[in-house]
Ligand binder design. Sequence first.
Ligand SMILES: [Zn+2]
Length: 193
Amino acid sequence: MTANKDSIITLPNQHLRQRSQRIGVVTKATSDLVKDMVAAVIDWDASRDHEVTVALAAVQIDQLYRVVIVREDFNHETPAQYTTLINPEIVKLEGEIERDYEGCLSIRSVYGYVPRHTKVRIKALDANGKPIKFSASGFLARVLQHEIDHTNGKLFVDHIKDDHEAFFELTNKGKLEPLDYEKDIKNSRILWQ
Ligand SMILES: [Zn+2]
């Protein structure tokens, strides 16, 4: 069966809090997994007006393997194409720490203003199992930190857990509005269970 938007798991599903397994050998099963991940994000994007998925980790379709896909064109001017990273690891965090807004398909309707490093060095395997190393900065660096966190069972909300000013919701008009920390966030069973 092909994955679709309903394959995407969300908090409080505890699989999102688990470390994913490394891929030992890249096989057809790995490329089938990647196909499912792509199918899920394309289906999800088609259902949303104000959001476009820039990346997905395999755990988000409940496959606990260290596989991440990242959209190649963040401005979405071309049809969606994705880069596959297998067993991605941060070799080094560099640059400054900057805050920006982040959302996650696995945390519905909550956005965060999340501090991240502006540069990262990454090592991974590509879709064919070949080792690759590269540096990324800016938005891509943020996306990679978010996705590699997923492979380690960590979510963006964990970086801002006690920050009263850092939680937002997306309105129907596509605007981010602050959430009430005491009322909506602090004791949220969905987020912190
Ligand atoms: Zn996410």
